[in-house]
Design a protein around this ligand. Structure first.
Ligand SMILES: [Zn+2]
Length: 148
């Protein structure tokens, strides 16, 4: 699939940028899933990237939207099981890179900050080992057969 060579996410999916920590845990026809860089998100912060270069939901094809819904139904419980998160925040801003990507951020019950205050706060650095272990756990949970 030809990507936009000026786009960080297109280059990343083509293996022309530093691989995400633990690698892509899922690479499908329409979307790929990886962990956030360890200095940006807490362990379990995942990013769903479209395979096709487009900006936002308005440019998403129906078949991509249907596929995304199926992935989210599996990924939300996988993140919750792995991180013991009470909520999974989801946001798509495309502020830095104009290529569709959806952030999924686990929020735990013992976290004093909530909502946008939590999202805007400084997150502690995670070790590479901690992130890679989290990616393996999320991948196992994501791939586990589930009821519909
Ligand atoms: Zn792109």
């Amino acid at each position: 699939m030809p990507g936009d060579s000026s786009c960080l996410i297109c280059r990343k999916q083509a293996g022309k940028e530093v691989a995400p920590p633990g690698g892509y845990l899922y690479e499908g026809r329409y979307f790929a899933i990886c962990h956030a860089p360890r200095d940006i998100g807490t362990p379990g912060t995942m990013i769903i990237e479209s395979r096709r270069h487009f900006l936002d939901f308005g440019e998403m094809k129906s078949v991509e939207g249907a596929d995304l819904t199926g992935l989210l139904k599996k990924l939300f419980p996988a993140i919750k099981q792995t991180t013991q998160a009470e909520r999974v925040y989801s946001l798509a801003m495309m502020d830095g890179v104009p290529h569709f990507h959806l952030w999924l951020v686990p929020w735990k019950k013992d976290e004093p900050l909530r909502g946008v205050t939590y999202l805007a706060s400084e997150h502690r650095l995670s070790s590479t080992e901690e992130v890679e272990q989290t990616v393996r756990s999320v991948k196992r949970a994501f791939e586990r057969p589930q009821g519909s």
